[in-house]
Design a protein around this ligand. Sequence first.
Ligand code: KE4
Length: 424
Amino acid sequence: MNNNHTLFTKAQQFIPGGVNSPVRAFKGVGGEPLFIARAEGPHMYDVNGKAYIDYLGSWGPMIAGHSNENVLAAVHAAVDRGLSFGTSTEIEVTLAEQICQMIPSIDKVRMVNSGTEATMTAIRLARGFTGRDKILKFEGCYHGHGDSFLVKAGSGILDLGIPGSPGVPDAVADLTLTVPYNDLDKLSQVMNQHGEEIAAIIVEPIAGNMNMIEPVTGYLEGMKSLCEQYGSVLIFDEVMTGFRVAKGGAQELYGIKPDLTTFGKVIGGGLPVGAFGGREDLMNHIAPNGPVYQAGTMSGNPLAMAAGSAMMKIISEPGFYDYLGQQTQKVVDVLHKAADEAGVAFSTRNQGGMFGVFFSEQPANNFDDLANCNHDQFKRFFHAMLDQGVYLAPSAYEPGFVSSQHDDDIIESTYHAAKIAFKA
Ligand code: KE4
């Protein structure tokens, strides 16, 4: 009996759906989720010992590869000093300083334990600062599972084909306005009508939860000026794009300074960390300095801070992003080569260490465009790549992630796997 199947059967006995996060359940691609036993460099290894070239990267954090020696050394050293104190520590100040130095729009930053905590708090802060209740988000964007965000969200919600979630009171959902991504006219209309009621616009500056959709020229600039015009807080949700698409995140790529930014994934180096930060006048509204409450027992956990700080040092090394971007470009190039050889309609997007694949002639520009993609072919491609030892995100609505450990040999192996998988 396949160890994997035995484990999944047991998992379903004790855990809802057998998983601790829905998008891992393979609902978007069919079949049973793989149980991974360990990971090193660009590889993961399942419980049967089979190796996979990993383009999931734990959904983004593992930008320097798995079991990076510097990150592990930092965590091992921290372990020997104790696991959690619930007090101030030097290492949390170190990581906060690193983030403030690396992201010009960040004057102050507060650590939390997940991207969801970061985004939940960012909108609470915007609501507390402005005295307004409404927020505006974009169809297909995902900001974690906070009640206010489960309205036409992306990521795992899309795989389940549900627009939102039961359990979110209408009174809460009604405070979230949703407009299509990349439609500045529509956004302007809604802001002209409701702008003075809107506490914040929250946006994925590159939408990584409906595969990978980049903002059209002028879109983010228009969004920022609308926020300035109506006194709404502009929140860039960079949980995925932060330190992933560029050292300074998407805000560096597009030269836009948001009022608040949320982070996750890379900043924890593989341990549970989220963060929100931004303008000092806003951040000083957060308790204990200000009235907007936010707290967390494990916030700033010394092991997580050690991992995050080690990761910030690695990605700050000269040439890190040049190499990462170069390797990511090589990945999409070999995928295009294999798709062309197989005569498959295929398109991609990539920035820094992140790429999106679309089974359509053109990449999508908004959520509705995704309907033009051949999702059935993606499912066949996903499983064929898995059979060939390449692990992609198990969803047509998620991007791929490259690490600094994906060298030319790894990319050559990816090409050979794709040559077979595009014919599935
Ligand atoms: P977490 O609460 O999962 O740490 O972060 C929520 C979140 C917030 N904002 C953005 C832009 C995000 O991408 C995420 C989480 N991303 C998903 C997948 N794209 C995490 C994977 C999962 O849900 O298991």
